[in-house]
Design a protein around this ligand. Sequence first.
Ligand SMILES: *Cc1c(COP(=O)(O)O)cnc(C)c1O
Length: 729
Amino acid sequence: MDFPLPDSTLYVDTPVHFDLPRRINRLGKLAYNMWWTWHPEALRLFLQIDRDLWEKTYHNPIAFLQQASRVQLNAVTQNRYYLESYDRVFSTFDRYLKADGSWFRTTYPDLAGKTIAYFSMEFGMHEILPIYAGGLGVLSGDHLKEASDLGLPLVGVGFLYTHGYFSQRITEDGWQEARPFELNVDEAPVRPVMMENGQPLEVSVHLPQRDVKLRVWQVLVGRVPLYLLDSRVPGNTPADQNLTTRLYSGNPEVRISQEILLGIGGLRALRALGYSPSVWHMNEGHSAFLALERTRELVEQGIPFQRALEMVRVNNVFTTHTPVPAGNDEFPTWLIDKYFADLWPQLGISRDEFMDLARCERHWGEAFSMPVLAIRLSEHCNAVSELHGHVTRKMWHFLWPNRKVDDVPITHITNGIHTSTWLARRLHLLFDRYLGDGWLEKADDPQIWERINDIPDAELWAVRLHLKRKLVLYATEKARRQWMHDGIHPVQVIASGVLLDPYALTIGFARRFAPYKRANLVLRDFDRLLRILNKANMPVQIIFAGKSHPDNEPGKLLIQEVYRAVKKAENGGRLVFLEDYDMNLARYMVQGVDVWLNTPRRPNEASGTSGQKAALNGVLNFSVLDGWWREGYNGRNGWAIGEDVDPVDPAVQDEADARDLYDTLENEIVPLYYKERSGSGLPTEWIARMKEAIRTLGPQFSTRRMLKEYTQLYLTGLKDTEGESAGSS
Ligand SMILES: *Cc1c(COP(=O)(O)O)cnc(C)c1O
């Protein structure tokens, strides 16, 4: 076994056994470690066996190995190139798992035996495990991958949502339909944690009038284990079995129950597994109840409440992602009474003292605020971009009435992306050639990226064209399948991108359809947009994608507005909507388009990360100066929409931003792309901007830079020996 659990009486079961030729039988092990998702050569060990089946199983190696034909499996065992690649991959994989020379082990050799617990409501690592809804989840997934690469002793805690986030279909009239989705757990890269007696490990959490039992699954993310909680346990009521099956219920009772299961159940699961973490990182406030449970543990050991609170605080880290008060997670106090009345006597405090921990005044009354709870109980609190830091300090200033806003102790660590997850394979190969050996290990070092300028324009441009053709082909094939099998209307076939031109300037807009992201801003003056799209010899096309939460009516209306514009004949098939945005489609888009458009209403975009993925692939950002782009933009590596100022009246802002958007697109972006090309036929000025974007944004917005900054916050807890011994009872 690769990952012995800290409690050696437990083990991780592998229910699926593959029938593979002996020479390649380690593929079965590779299938159960997400490591393959960010190592293109490892991925290709599956794909090369049977490309069609690889697509048919939606890049799921477990389903793939179960269904692959013996003939094709045998065939690769006779292929010298395949076997060389196989041996190379496994020797890299084995070396990787040992972790000896990793950054953390070499920088902090004394701390390698500690544990950092990382809690998040969602994790996005790959499309085959759809336990994420959007940016927060993808960030958590990238956090785990980078922690693994750096050798941080981190473990993740989340939920195994078997009904994941829905699958999206759009009706002819542009209405989003949420198709139910059910994860086949037998084909997912998750394995149950078992007890010596062969029974699954269970932990129990008290909810009103009953105990809810949770099972624990393990996902391997390189060297990092992620534990997923699952309430589908015989003995739980059907309603309780459903508590962990879906993301983000609108029902407050379900919501508070989920958050109790995540914070308290997650902590108990880690204890049962034998971990005693030195750092507890809450990614967003959903898991903040864990801080209460930690306090209760100490009070139970006889430590007075105030002292226990201080001890718990020292090694809690809290990251907030929500720039607007309305977006924050909070509960009415009657719900807290219902769910926590048993707890305050156990803590030795009154109801009032308990409510004080998270009290927040709202126009409708008093709320129990999860971010307030997390802030009060964490030594380190951070926002996720510089501007978001300012906004967050202002928002929570009332918690420190005696301080100036700038002195509110909330810092910022700007988000980044996991470089090898988001970089196109062809570019990866190009970077291997020009950035030098081991460049990925130093992906946060700007020095390495200076060598981007050594890449010949023609080589970089050839890859760009290749990636755009790949995106166009993907859209066309998807449309063809739907036309043949799903009975869609002919106009929907066109809306799905069959008229896309692989040589036209292509703009991408893909993200959740939340109203503040203003997907319709680019449609505001539709006649002007049509003139830009259809200009002779300078065609422009825009590809939209994104889901709205099924309960969010304004989001669904926004999709409809965009879809109706997409269907109009006048745009000539140059406006396109691709259904069912997920990490797979995200990869095609951030790698395939020329320009990445982002139009949030400032300052609502805490950070944003999709533009970082695009920039890494040489796609130029064209965005409002909000979140990360306000820090990334330097005047030469993309374009800004609007000024670096706080919003005035939203209606005025929308008008001004739309005008600026059209002006820049029409006067700068389109002409630059189609500028009279020299003898080489290459758009050299455009390529210079691409290089500037990769060179400046690649290192700065990598998770490698981000995780090293988080490590500084983790050190307080990692070095605090008192808190640790008190925590592990
Ligand atoms: C990166 C990513 C996001 C986050 O995109 P933003 O533009 O930062 O909101 C959301 N969904 C998916 C599938 C992603 O890959």
